[in-house]
Ligand binder design. Structure first.
Ligand code: NAD
Ligand code: WQD
Length: 336
């Protein structure tokens, strides 16, 4: 089976491509390197011991997409390509709607016209907004997102639901990721953020390696056991494996299905700092700072549906996630 992976040079995409290649899928990677580097492709080859086709292309480039579908057999698409920085999305909402929503519409048009109607889409736990209590289940109402990035995911989910309602030959899997951290055990690929990281784990690893001085812990007055925010961190390799189950689901028939990919466990910011210090042997300098706007107190998954219907379950614990994040950071202090 041949899978087109948009955004395949990025953090989650590169880990997923390795799993796909190792399982014998033919892989075609599409990326515009907006938030990734060509070196990621060399690393995918090195780790997987296999090869793939690469197309430097933008998902908003209809002619470029048509050429890819004309020149390659594609059975399904895993669609990672998108912009993902929450704070940037508040400053540049139009860029986020254009790239994420517009790009997905263009991709789906090209897919439809090429007769490829199977897609796995990278959605996010952010679509649950701030009104649902954890553990979050797929049948809870989505919406009430707190930033333009999250709203792009909510809109795209709705667009894909409409696409399926209009033509039920489509097979669509919406994956709602919780908080991916960690890296491939080789330490050759991992999260490589541009500039100062927005997310907790890359910030922690950059403090530990001495690139940043001190972690700001956003809020210590939440209604949680230690007052800091609680999240469902998931190892990126577990997440990558979830995509193989999801793409098999997409290939096996038609329909629209939504799955949480999380562990069901919630860890506070202080829990993560402690687990990281234990796994790395490094001290993480931190101070308490005011709450970050748009943050919820608690967010963790009920992943029962993915286990029951996809046979997928996360395997790695928080210590392994921290060990692998640190291994990646130590081996690549400047990123890729
Ligand atoms: P990433 O930025 O590392 O990867 C995204 C890739 O898409 C990058 O390689 C980038 O160059 C590429 N890209 C962006 N716009 C493109 C365009 N118009 N055309 C072609 N390529 C384009 O991000 P990631 O963490 O790997 O996330 C992958 C997907 O998962 C994204 O859609 C993101 O919103 C979603 N997601 C991520 C998280 C997370 O915390 N990392 C959580 C939930 C959902
Ligand atoms: C985790 C916890 C922060 C940084 C975001 C997106 C979400 C999804 C995953 C893409 C929170 C605290 C963080 C720091 C801190 N992305 N924190 N100091 O906000 O749960 O989710 O990434 O879809 O859509 O919103 O992840 O890693 O930013 O924060 O104290 O410097 O760490 O307040 O409690 P978040 P995060």
């Amino acid at each position: 089976m041949a899978i087109l992976v948009t955004g395949g040079a990025g953090y989650i995409g590169s880990h997923t491509c390795i799993e796909l290649i190792q399982k014998g899928y033919e892989v075609i990677i599409l990326d515009n390197f907006y938030n990734s580097k060509p070196e990621a492709l060399n690393r995918i080859r090195k780790i997987s011991g296999g090869d793939f086709t690469f197309c430097e292309c933008d998902i908003r480039d209809r002619a470029g997409l048509d050429k890819i579908f004309a020149e390659n057999k594609v059975d399904a698409v895993i669609h990672f390509a998108g912009l993902k920085a929450v704070s940037e999305s508040c400053r540049k909402p139009l860029e986020y709607y254009e790239n994420n929503v517009g790009g997905t519409v263009t991709l789906c048009e090209a897919m439809r016209d090429a007769g490829v109607k199977k897609i796995v889409f990278s959605s996010s736990a952010t679509v649950y907004g701030s009104n649902n209590p954890s553990p979050l289940r797929e049948d809870m109402p989505a919406g009430g997102t707190t930033n333009p990035y999250g709203t792009t995911k909510f809109y795209i989910e709705n667009i894909l639901k409409d696409v399926y309602a209009a033509d039920n030959e489509w097979s669509i899997v919406l994956l709602r990721y919780f908080n991916p951290i960690g890296a491939h055990e080789s330490g050759l690929i991992g999260e490589d953020p541009n500039g100062i990281p927005n997310n907790l784990m890359p910030y922690i690893t950059q403090v530990a390696i001495g690139k940043l001085d001190c972690l700001n812990v956003f809020g210590n007055d939440y209604p949680t056991p230690d007052g800091t925010g609680v999240r469902d961190y998931i190892h990126v390799v577990d997440l990558a494996k979830g995509h193989l189950c999801a793409v098999d689901k997409a290939l096996s028939g038609t329909g629209l299905n939504i799955y949480n990919l999380g562990t069901s466990k919630g860890y506070s910011v202080l829990d993560v700092i402690k687990a990281f210090e234990k796994a790395s042997g490094k001290k993480v300098n931190y101070r308490f700072a005011p709450r970050r706007s748009g943050d919820v107190a608690v967010c963790y998954s009920d992943p029962t549906k993915a286990k029951k219907e996809l046979g997928w379950e996360a395997a790695f614990d928080i210590e392994q996630m921290c060990r692998d994040s640190w291994n990646w950071q130590e081996k690549n202090p400047k990123g890729l």
